[in-house]
Design a protein. Structure first.
Length: 169
């Protein structure tokens, strides 16, 4: 008899959520890869398209470099046999260099590849929905404030806009 792989050993959606959160908190991209279907889609609410696993791993490497103490704090987990919703807080302190993509350089008007750490503590609340099949994540959808990281690092300021409320006379 062949021993199950680490992903196959995860049977319930609750176990899959726990293992996925642990892998994020351990900054373990190899374990995350085991827990995700190779064709898994990674999407962000309000952003068209998905970035796929390779793009996500690259983004996570940059995030773990910027925030070496990056931690997810699950508050509420709801799961059934096809999906899980995790309400969570994310925290981290920017003590690592901030890598800039060409898009970052253009939008910030900078001609450098990295910025020095800011030392800022970043805290944000959000929700992640995991779609699952056969003990693996097949889709991961993130619901976070749009510019949480850039604003938290102090790279941009996002102004609050007053809502126009309709009133009936």
């Amino acid at each position: 008899m062949v021993a199950p792989t680490a992903a196959e050993a995860v049977r319930s959606p609750q176990d899959l959520v726990s293992e996925t959160i642990k892998a994020y908190n351990d900054h373990d991209l190899d374990r995350l890869a085991e827990l995700h279907d190779p064709s898994a889609r990674i999407t962000f609410a309000g952003v068209d398209g998905d970035i796929g696993l390779e793009g996500w791993w690259s983004s996570l490497q940059a995030l773990f470099t910027m925030l070496p103490d990056f931690t997810l704090w699950p508050l509420t987990v709801l799961a059934d046999d096809q999906a899980a919703m995790i309400e969570m807080n994310l925290t981290g302190t920017n003590t690592g260099e901030i890598p800039l993509t060409p898009d970052d350089q253009t939008s910030l008007g900078l001609d450098v590849d990295h910025l020095p750490p800011t030392g800022r503590l970043i805290e944000v609340a959000g929700v992640v929905v995991l779609r699952t099949a056969d003990g693996r994540v097949t889709q991961e959808t993130h619901y976070w404030p749009r510019h949480w990281l850039d604003e938290g690092l102090g790279l941009v300021t996002v102004e609050a806009r007053p809502l126009r409320l309709e009133t009936s006379a």
